[in-house]
Each structure stands twice: as structure tokens, then as C-alpha cells.
Design a protein around this ligand. Structure first.
Ligand SMILES: [Cu+2]
Length: 127
């Protein structure tokens, strides 16, 4: 015998007017999520930005042989040059100018730097 449970269940089913979903506005988050390494895009144009003596994004993940456009937003000239074997190199990009390089075809992690300001470093991930 479980009469108590039956009573409770019956009592609860009486109130069913709570369908006020109109005030819920779905917040669509922006597609940019800094800090997370997104899946590498299909072979195509990727943008590396140099601003205030720093590269962004770090690390930058690209597909093999992707063409990376490098935008120099500083007033100073910069380069993005692979540390090892100069696997890629933009050459000098004057302040406010745009350069590019082609990512290596071999998957791996490539450190690079600005040969003019060698404290400026970044990482390119090819995968
Ligand atoms: Cu530099």
C-alpha cells in the first residue's frame, strides 16, 4: 500500500502553467575564441598579425603548404622567419605593410622569430 505517494503525485500535477519562455534570449557567442587552437582550416589563406612587437595568434595552426598572410600593424619593420632551416621566411615587412609566406608541407611544429627583433617569437603548427 502506498497511498501517500499517490497523493503527492496527484497534487503536483495540478500546477502546469509555467511556460514563460519568451524572456529567454539566446546569446549567440562570437565565433572568435582566443586561446584555443582551432582545427586547422583547409588549405587557403591564413592571417598572422604582428602588433606591438608580438605575433598573433600564437600558436598558429595551418594546413601543409598553406599560404599565410602576415599583416604588420606596427610602425617598425618585422619578419616572420623560421628558426630551423628557414623553413619559411617573409623577409622584411615594412611597418603597415603586408607580406606572406608558404607554410612547410611537412607536418610539425615550427618556431619562428622576427630576425630584426629576435625577442619576438611564435610557433607555427602544420598539421
Ligand atoms: Cu620585428
Amino acid at each position: 500500500m502506498v497511498p501517500a505517494l499517490l497523493v503527492l503525485t496527484t497534487a503536483c500535477s495540478g500546477s502546469s502553467e509555467s511556460s514563460d519562455g519568451s524572456s529567454m534570449s539566446p546569446t549567440a557567442p562570437p565565433s572568435t575564441s582566443p586561446g584555443s587552437v582551432a582545427a586547422p582550416p583547409a588549405t587557403g589563406q591564413v592571417v598572422l598579425t604582428i602588433s606591438q612587437f608580438d605575433f598573433a595568434p600564437k600558436p598558429l595552426a595551418v594546413a601543409p603548404a598553406a599560404v599565410v598572410t602576415v599583416v604588420n600593424k606596427d610602425d617598425s619593420p618585422h619578419t616572420a622567419t623560421a628558426v630551423k632551416d628557414k623553413a619559411f621566411n617573409t623577409g622584411t615587412i615594412e611597418g603597415g605593410q603586408t607580406g606572406s609566406f608558404t607554410a612547410p608541407t611537412t607536418p610539425g611544429t615550427y618556431d619562428y622569430l622576427c630576425t630584426i627583433h629576435q625577442f619576438m617569437t611564435g610557433t607555427l603548427i602544420v598539421r
